[in-house]
Ligand binder design. Structure first.
Ligand code: DGY
Length: 329
């Protein structure tokens, strides 16, 4: 049967599922992603790849992999592969929608709360022996209840974030490519323009995919529209924000704080200026990182491979090759 290159160890029973379907697994056991040359070398003989967002699989790598039929990303995002390039080469590209929305929104809301209430700073200070007394003026944060949450990108993760905001008694604004009347009716979210949202929101949470349109969407102009008391939360992709403009806004205190699960680059070097701001919370791209969710993502990624290698259409395609490469016989 097929040979599947799995670019990192994954939780759960996904690899067993591949084996049960008769496929051999070539597992990259390194803690870090395979370097580009190793990725190309392993893909060259693979029928399928179970890949991560950290694996940039470009046109050259695809062209050098004659038997590759599917790149199954263990992620909802797929900006590490160009879907059209893969389709042109007859290779399916798949993702893992749905299963990680709630877990990702959990972390986005945790970041929002951490930034609003100085959780990370308080923890750092307590550990460092800087907790001297209860102070009536210390660590004054921002109330979450009653505040306005602005959601940019109302896909499944944005909607899950909106529900959390509603549960905390927040007013919900959203800016999105398409209007979502059902979400408006269900949770009272209000549709607005991006500029309108930035001007009004106390918290701006980003949930759009990275595309040529969203790259750098939050730049100097957009940051300047935000209230000086507002907090920016990003669990989408680092490059949807112009990071130099964000540093500038934080230096000039034209926004109050930022909470980032994604940065540009990743990992962010420890010497980066963003780490110097006490009002910035940074986590290492962990929004989907619960054991249950990552296990579901891996299983879903494996299921897409099993379908393609059996000559069927994958369950979660994000492209449509006109001439898919021949299934296994
Ligand atoms: C995704 O799914 O796109 C995340 O960024 C990785 O969990």
């Amino acid at each position: 049967m097929g040979s599947v290159f799995v670019t990192r160890a994954v939780p759960g029973d996904a690899l067993d599922r591949l084996a049960e379907a008769g496929h051999s697994v070539d597992l990259w056991s390194g803690e870090l992603p395979p370097p580009a040359a190793d990725l190309v070398a392993h893909l060259a003989t693979a029928d399928a790849a179970l890949a991560m967002v950290t694996d940039r699989i470009d046109a050259q790598a695809i062209a050098a992999s004659p038997s590759l039929k599917v790149i199954s990303n263990m992620a909802v995002g797929y900006d590490n592969v160009d879907p059209a390039v893969a389709a042109d080469a007859g290779v399916w590209l798949t993702n893992t929608p749905g299963v990680l929305a709630e877990t990702t929104a959990d972390l986005a809301f945790a970041l929002l709360m951490a930034a609003a209430r100085q959780v990370a700073r308080g923890d750092r200070d307590a550990r460092a022996g800087l907790w001297k007394t209860w102070s009536p003026t210390g660590y004054l944060g921002t109330d979450i209840h009653g505040a306005t949450l602005g959601i940019v990108g109302l896909g499944e993760i944005g909607e899950a974030m909106a529900r959390r905001g509603r549960g905390f008694g927040m007013r919900i604004l959203y800016a999105s490519r398409t209007r979502k009347p059902a979400v408006e009716a269900a949770i009272g979210a209000e549709f607005t323009s991006l500029d309108g949202l930035l001007e009004v929101a106390d918290f701006v949470s980003l949930h759009m995919p990275l595309t040529p349109v969203t790259r750098g969407l939050i730049g100097a102009r957009e940051l300047s529209l935000m209230k000086s008391t507002a907090i920016l939360v990003n669990t989408a992709r680092g490059t949807v924000i112009d990071q130099a403009a964000l540093v500038h806004a934080l230096r000039a205190a034209t926004i109050a704080a930022a909470a980032l699960d994604v940065t540009d680059p990743e990992p962010l070097p420890a010497s980066h200026e963003l780490f110097s701001f006490p009002n910035v919370v940074i986590t290492p791209h962990i929004a989907s990182a619960s054991l249950a969710t990552r296990s579901r993502m891996a299983r879903m990624a494996a299921a897409n491979i099993v379908e393609v290698l059996a000559g069927r259409k994958p369950i979660n395609p994000v492209n449509a090759p006109a001439m898919p490469r021949m299934p296994l016989t």
